[in-house]
Design a protein around this ligand. Structure first.
Ligand SMILES: Nc1ncnc2c1ncn2[C@@H]1O[C@H](COP(=O)(O)OP(=O)(O)O)[C@@H](O)[C@H]1O
Ligand SMILES: [Mg+2]
Length: 267
C-alpha cells in the first residue's frame, strides 16, 4: 500500500505516551510514543533485545505477571487508561488476546482447548457453535472437524498455532497480539498464518512482533522500528526509532538507523 493511502487520522486502539518499562532498576524500554490503528496489522521490528516483546506485553498487561516489571508513562486503550485502578487485568487479557512464539495448546482435546476460555467465562450453552466458529475463523476447521476429541498436542506445529489463534478468538477479543508467531514454523505453515492474519485484520486489530523483516513487509500496514541505544552510563535501552507506514519504512525510511537495519547493514 502506498503511504498516501494510509489514513493518518484514526481513533487509535492504543495510545502509548512516554512508555518506559523497567525490570527492577533496569530500564529495558525508554520513552515510546505511538498509536495503534484499528483493524490493521502493526508490526514491531528490530534487533534482538530492543524491547519488542516488552512493549507488546504492555498492551494486555502481561508484564503484570513478571515479577519486578514496572510500567511508567501511559497506555490508553481507546479512551481508558489501561493501567487505571478500576481496570481488571483479566478482562483486559480477554479483550486483548496473545499468541506466543511456541504454540502452547493445553494438553486437552481440540474441542476443550477452544471451549476453555468460554467455559471459564461461565458459558455452558452453545459451545459447539462457538468452537466451530473459532476454528473456521482460524482456518483450521476443515483440518480438525473430525478430530475434535483428539489431543491438541497431536496436531502439527502450524495447526497448533492456528489452534492457539482459535482459542484466542473464542473469547471474542478485540485485539490479537502475536509475539513471533511463526518463528517455530516451517515456510508453508508460516504462509498459512500470514494469510490468516490478513483475513483476521478485517475484524481484529493485530500487533505482531517479528524479527523477520520480510514478514513485516508482507503482512503489516504500519511498522515500528526499535533499536537498543547505549546511554552515557553504558546502559542499553530499547527505543522506538521510527514508526510509519510499512511501505515508507521499507522504501524510504526517515532515519539512517532504520535504513541500515532494513538493508541488513546492522542489527
Ligand atoms: N523478565 C525479564 N526480566 C529481566 N529483564 C528482561 C526480562 N524480559 C526482557 N528483559 C530484558 O529487556 C530487554 C528487552 O527484552 P525483550 O523485550 O525480550 O526484547 P526483544 O523482544 O526485542 O528481543 C532485554 O535487555 C532483555 O534482556
Ligand atoms: Mg522478543
Amino acid at each position: 500500500m502506498a503511504p498516501s493511502q494510509l489514513p493518518d487520522l484514526f481513533d487509535p486502539v492504543f495510545t502509548l505516551q512516554d512508555l518506559s518499562v523497567f525490570y527492577g532498576d533496569y530500564e529495558a524500554v525508554r520513552g515510546v510514543n505511538m498509536r495503534i490503528a484499528p483493524q490493521e496489522i502493526t508490526a514491531l521490528i528490530g534487533p534482538s533485545g530492543c524491547g519488542k516483546s516488552t512493549v507488546l506485553r504492555c498492551l494486555n498487561r502481561m508484564n503484570d505477571l513478571i515479577l519486578d516489571a514496572r510500567v511508567a508513562g501511559k497506555v490508553t486503550y481507546y479512551t481508558e487508561d489501561l493501567y487505571g485502578e478500576s481496570v481488571d487485568p483479566i478482562e483486559v487479557r480477554r479483550r486483548i488476546g496473545m499468541v506466543f512464539q511456541k504454540p502452547n495448546p493445553f494438553p486437552k482435546s481440540v474441542f476443550d482447548n477452544i471451549a476453555y476460555g468460554p467455559r471459564i467465562n461461565g458459558q455452558r450453552r452453545g459451545l459447539d457453535e462457538i468452537v466451530e466458529e473459532a476454528l473456521h475463523r482460524a482456518a483450521l476447521w476443515d483440518e480438525v472437524k473430525d478430530k475434535l476429541k483428539q489431543n491438541a498436542l497431536a496436531l502439527s506445529g502450524g495447526q497448533q498455532q492456528r489452534l492457539c489463534i482459535a482459542r484466542a478468538i473464542a473469547v471474542k477479543p478485540d485485539v490479537i497480539l502475536m509475539d513471533e508467531p511463526c518463528s517455530a514454523l516451517d515456510p508453508i505453515a508460516t504462509t498459512k498464518i500470514e494469510d490468516l492474519m490478513q483475513v483476521l485484520s478485517r475484524d481484529y486489530t493485530i500487533v505482531i512482533v517479528t524479527h523477520n523483516m520480510q514478514q513485516a513487509a508482507r503482512v503489516s500496514e504500519r511498522t515500528a522500528f526499535f533499536t537498543a541505544e547505549v546511554d552515557e552510563r553504558g546502559e542499553r535501552h530499547g527505543r522506538l526509532v521510527e514508526f510509519d507506514s510499512t511501505a515508507r519504512i521499507f522504501s524510504n525510511p526517515a532515519d539512517k538507523r532504520t535504513e541500515g537495519y532494513i538493508t541488513g547493514r546492522f542489527g
